[in-house]
Design a binder for this molecule. Structure first.
Ligand code: UD1
Ligand code: PEP
Length: 435
């Protein structure tokens, strides 16, 4: 188990450049299976989950060449479908959440797709019904081995149809979309998720020859094509990293510039941090965060009632930033309710913040009331374990703002989604060591 030692209480300064988006990368990498032609992908983050997916593709027979940092070519012209039945696949396929999106492209191109129950964060129930209901609607036969938690779909031919998803699942929409682009006829997906990750996937598929309309909305209409060709794709910057760095700057009262953030793809993120009283300045495509010497004050609603920050499918606020927003609120002036609607177990990490002296009431598994200290009392350093990727980074931010030396165990969770985080934070003045 890896560990970070962090000496908190120091102000940081300088520039930080976000990595390519993790959740986009997981979709885009699976899409290389849709063509036998060469696909070039740039700005791929060098993180554990993405590297696991790349090695799964390699084991499936995809020819992969590294062109330079974050840039690879993929050629899926000789796929070894037997690998899908191997014990190795049953083992490796569970290593991350994103592997579930191998199923749609495999089903569409080869008539069968299998996956063991995928991994990812343990943040509550993470069902896969939406994915498989979609494949069944397209004409696939579904089977599930309960003993092995092994899912499978098979179809001689997929046929386009109308479907209303039971929820706007991010990976579910991507999976069904990747199956539908090669189905016969027209598929309509209503209540589709439309996060920038998905918009990027749609744009890539269109460049490959797919016919998709409604990109960016919750109604996708797909006219199936016979085959798709190669393309080149570049990942957007990771909006969750960008939000993490905004939180880090505010909480450590540092002046920070976050470079090349693709502002227009950030949705609610800047607005939500501004509601916490954090000043953000748009400078070209960078975000400049001044030093918050006098802290930051949470805005109430117009009628004076307490602000609630809640997640929602895009264009709502992504649930992946709520843990970070919660930590930042512990030093704000004022109160806020954090309402994590999607996941049941994502707020339990507040226990660790309570140990550090934060004022939080966990009202129920989904809601926490935070009363900020307004920097009148700093958090106390402590030893903790990272329960999931975003809670891990939130605790890291808390530790960097706390007085004294903190220890964070199980940092593999953080490495799942943040590239070289210790090295990049050191470059802006953080005192952090991997021990
Ligand atoms: C690899 C990847 O891309 N992971 C992201 C993806 O996971 P993932 O695609 O697994 O998440 P889903 O969008 O399927 O939904 C996750 C959870 O939210 C619930 N739900 C979903 C939609 C909805 O309208 N209402 C609702 O309550 C689901 O029941 C489920 O428990 O999307 C999540 C939601 O943005 C993010 O946290 C994950 O980081
Ligand atoms: C929950 C997350 O990831 P995953 O879906 O891969 O577990 C996340 O990125 O915050």
């Amino acid at each position: 188990m890896g560990t970070f030692k962090i000496e908190g209480g120091h102000s940081l300064s300088g520039e930080i450049t976000p990595q390519g988006a993790k959740n986009e990368a997981l979709q885009i990498l699976c899409a290389v299976l849709l063509t036998s032609e060469k696909v070039t992908i740039n700005n791929i983050p060098d993180i554990v989950d993405v590297n696991k997916l790349i090695s799964l593709l390699e084991d499936l027979g995809v020819k992969i060449q590294k062109r330079g940092k974050g840039s690879y070519t993929f050629k899926a012209d000789d796929i070894n479908l037997d690998y899908l039945q191997s014990d190795q696949f049953k083992q490796d396929g569970r290593g991350l959440r994103g592997s579930i999106m191998l199923v749609g492209p495999l089903l569409a191109r080869f008539g069968k797709g299998y996956i063991p129950k995928p991994g990812g964060d343990k943040i509550g129930r993470r069902r896969l019904d939406t994915h498989f209901e979609g494949f069944i609607k397209l004409g696939a036969k579904f089977r599930y081995n309960k003993e092995e938690y092994f899912y499978g779909v098979e179809a001689k031919e997929l046929k386009g149809t109308y479907m209303l998803l039971d929820e706007a699942s991010v990976t579910g929409t991507a999976n069904i979309l990747m199956a539908a682009v090669l189905a016969k006829g027209q598929t309509t997906i209503y209540n589709a998720a439309c996060e920038p990750y998905l918009q990027q996937l749609c744009k890539m598929l269109i460049r490959m020859g797919a016919k998709i309309s409604g990109v960016g909305s919750n109604l996708l209409v797909i006219d199936g094509v016979e085959s798709l060709g190669g393309t080149e794709h570049t990942m957007l910057p990771d909006m969750i990293e960008i939000g993490s760095w905004i939180g880090l700057a505010a909480m450590t009262r540092s002046e920070l510039t976050i470079k090349n953030v693709s502002w227009d793809d950030l949705g609610q993120i800047p607005t939500v941090f501004r509601k916490l009283g954090i000043q953000l300045e748009r400078r070209g495509d960078d975000i400049f965060i001044p030093k918050h010497t006098n802290g930051y004050e949470i805005q109430n609603y117009i009628d004076g009632s307490i602000l609630t920050i809640a997640d929602a499918p895009w264009p709502g606020l992504t649930p992946d930033l709520l843990s970070i927003i919660l930590v930042v609120a512990t030093q704000a002036k004022g109160e806020v309710i954090i309402h994590q609607k999607m996941f049941e177990s994502r707020l339990f990490f507040v226990d660790k913040l309570l140990d550090m002296g934060a004022k939080i009431i966990l009202c129920d598994p989904h809601r926490a009331a935070v009363m900020g200290h307004n920097f009148k009392s700093t958090l106390k350093a402590t030893t903790m374990t990272s329960p999931d990727i975003r809670a891990g980074v939130s605790l890291l931010i808390a530790a960097l703002s706390a007085k004294g030396t903190s220890i964070i165990h199980n940092i593999e969770q953080i490495d799942r989604g943040y590239e070289n985080i210790d090295v990049r934070l050191k470059a802006i003045g953080a005192k952090i060591d991997r021990i």
